[in-house]
Design a protein around this ligand. Sequence first.
Ligand code: SF4
Length: 213
Amino acid sequence: MTVKKEVAAKIVRLLEKRYPEAFLALNFNNPLQLLVATILAAQCTDKRVNDVTKGLFKKYKKAEDFERVKINALEKDISSISFYRNKARNIKECCKIIVKKYGANVPSNLNELISLPGIGRKTANIILGNAFGKQAIAVDTHVQRVSTRLGLATSKNPDNVEKELCEVVPRDKWTKSCHLFQAHGRMICTAKNPSCPDCILFDLCEWKDKRKK
Ligand code: SF4
């Protein structure tokens, strides 16, 4: 095992102890619900999305339901969400393709997922990792910031950060590590004024600007 892999494994172990309850904050019961929730979650808080999907998922249960509903009605149902018009269109378009091409089942591989409207690599990996139980690294702003500060990745491009992390993070921890980096990014390794002196990863962190103890 390379040194970097050993460090990555240690970081994940420490974060697992520190954040034993780190998990995906979006509520869902099946892949379709997570697909809809992740589309809604772009530039919107998870809390707001959960508030909206609570009623939405009672009303629309299958891909066919989202496909058939009039766009105006769906827009109204999600109107408290940012960019709701675009998101309503993407949800309907996605569901149309899912019904026509995949027998109403959300596809479970990356290339098929990212071919759907409004589904980027990050969203696809969230779905694969959390709804299908696969190992996948979804690079959001927290994962990007924390992993590059720690020295586990170097790129400014999220797709490349994903590749770099896949090289060093133990494979069975790919999905979990995202939740851990997110928790650490929210609580300690914040974008502004990170709490380095209180950080359990201080001695492992390579960030040249880390604040002194
Ligand atoms: S030492 Fe500072 S920069 Fe490094 S991981 Fe901890 S909080 Fe983030």
